[in-house]
Design a protein around this ligand. Structure first.
Ligand SMILES: C[S@@+](CC[C@H](N)C(=O)[O-])C[C@H]1O[C@@H](n2cnc3c(N)ncnc32)[C@H](O)[C@@H]1O
Length: 429
């Protein structure tokens, strides 16, 4: 046992902050990861992301194993038990170590008197594991999604919903975007091979490489020098559709943390790019990403609904609007989304997207291109949103980037492919 800290107790705290306080794991984890070793950081991440990924399953086991689930002041121990069961089910940690560390977590959580209970529940689970894991397969909790979201996915994709849910429940692949200012994708693939790192290409995304086994960025050749960026393949689809050209004035609206700003500048280094986002703290990451890639852009804090407050009347040649959305296409990367989002959020997000796209459209020049993108798979935020926009704007012409059936492109998450993502391309008359 580590005397300095107990990782299971830290994971239980993180899960409590997500479920009880509505905070995202990406906000909570950096603070809790301070003062722990790099090796332990990755185990902590695995425990937190993994537990939140399979939460309904763990909840169901605890309901079977305990007469009354722990509430109130004892609630952190409920989360500790979840972390404990997750280890037994989904990690290679030897079961005796998983049990011992979880039991010790009760001391760190200042409930030493509960050690016996934790030990008892964990051991009972071990005894009944086979039976319980078979039974859970007959429960709706096996889909690992909240009921409202499952229903929305089923309604929107009656044929494909099961595939989508399966993909959401997987661990995400790690995709890289090769900076073509330094190397072609195939040159970088060779550098990876020389470093003993296996990767594969994607036929739809010319700059993308998927690592067969995810690894730390520090192990990747030239990460600090900006040779590559970690970015999902689908997110890499925006820039080729935007077709940025050197010398053009381009707006990247809703830009933080800058994944697409930097891609635009890799494709058109002489473009004048303005990156705007409403969230000041997220904008710091845009500046950091630009610095790592040695790129220049104007970075502004502003609300997309009120461009008159920050744009100075500027008219743009091209606009990328990567709209705030439900993030239902990236659940495998952020499993906490399933427990942070509410059904009522969707209507609010649809209203916000509508306000932003309506407000920014007048800032696009005649003949200019706008790409509207989301990492959502819900039609309300995507096809229906843009259909509605086109009906209200006679000067908006849709470019067919999809199929004979639909002019849009809707990617669904897939195990070896990209995240769920939507793109629409509009030209202004
Ligand atoms: C999908 S994320 C953007 C990801 C980013 N484009 C990238 O590639 O790294 C959506 C962003 O919209 C921003 N946002 C939300 N509401 C906004 C608003 N009213 N005006 C401008 N930005 C907003 C959020 O702060 C968030 O950073």
């Amino acid at each position: 046992m580590n005397n300095k800290y107990n990782l299971r107790a830290i994971a239980a705290k993180a899960i409590g902050q997500v479920l009880d306080k509505g905070q995202s794991l990406s906000t909570v984890l950096p603070e809790l990861q301070k003062n722990i070793s790099d090796k332990d950081k990755s185990l902590l991440q695995e425990l937190c992301f993994g537990t939140l990924r399979v939460l309904p399953e763990l909840e169901w086991y605890l309901q079977q194993l305990m007469e009354k689930v722990l509430t109130g002041k004892q609630r952190p121990l409920h989360y500790l038990l979840m972390v404990g069961l997750y280890q037994l089910l989904y990690t290679r940690i030897p079961p005796h170590a998983a049990v011992a560390e979880t039991v010790n977590g009760a001391i760190t959580l200042k409930r030493p008197q509960m050690k016996g209970l934790i030990n008892g529940v964990m051991r009972q689970f071990q005894r009944q594991q086979q039976e319980l894991t078979a039974q859970v397969q007959t429960q709706s909790s096996r889909f690992l999604h909240p009921g409202w979201l499952l229903k929305r996915i089923q309604d929107a994709y009656p044929e494909q919903w099961q595939q989508i849910v399966d993909a959401n429940n997987q661990k995400p692949p790690m995709w890289l975007r090769v900076n073509r200012q330094h190397h072609s994708r195939d040159e970088y693939l060779e550098l990876l091979q020389l470093a003993g790192i296996e990767a594969v290409t994607h036929e739809g995304y010319p700059d993308a490489l998927r690592l067969v086994t995810p690894c730390a960025v520090t192990a990747l050749p030239g990460f600090d020098a900006g040779w590559i960026t970690v970015q999902d393949a689908s997110a890499q689809g925006c820039t080729p559709l935007l077709e940025p050209q050197n010398g053009e004035i381009i707006l990247d609206l809703c830009a933080a943390p800058g994944g697409k700003t930097t891609h635009i500048l890799e494709a058109a280094p002489e473009a004048q790019v303005t990156a705007v986002d409403v969230d000041e703290s997220r904008l710091k990451r845009v500046a950091e990403n630009l610095a790592r890639l040695k790129q220049q852009a104007t970075v502004l804090c502003g609300d997309g609904r009120t461009p008159e407050t920050w744009s100075n009347g500027q008219i743009y040649d091209r606009i990328l609007l990567d709209a705030p959305c439900s993030a239902t296409g990236v659940i495998r990367r952020h499993p906490d989304i399933k427990w942070l989002r509410r059904n009522s959020d969707i209507d609010e997000l649809v209203a916000l997207q509508k306000q932003i796209i309506d407000a920014i459209w007048p800032q696009l020049k005649s003949g200019g291109t706008m790409v509207y993108a989301t990492c959502s798979i819900l039609p309300e935020e995507n096809t229906l949103q843009i259909n509605d926009f086109i009906h209200r704007h006679s000067d908006a012409h849709l470019v067919n980037i999809g199929t004979d059936e639909s002019p849009y492109r809707q990617n669904l998450p897939s195990q070896d492919g990209g995240d769920g993502f939507f793109y629409a391309k509009l030209i202004k008359a």
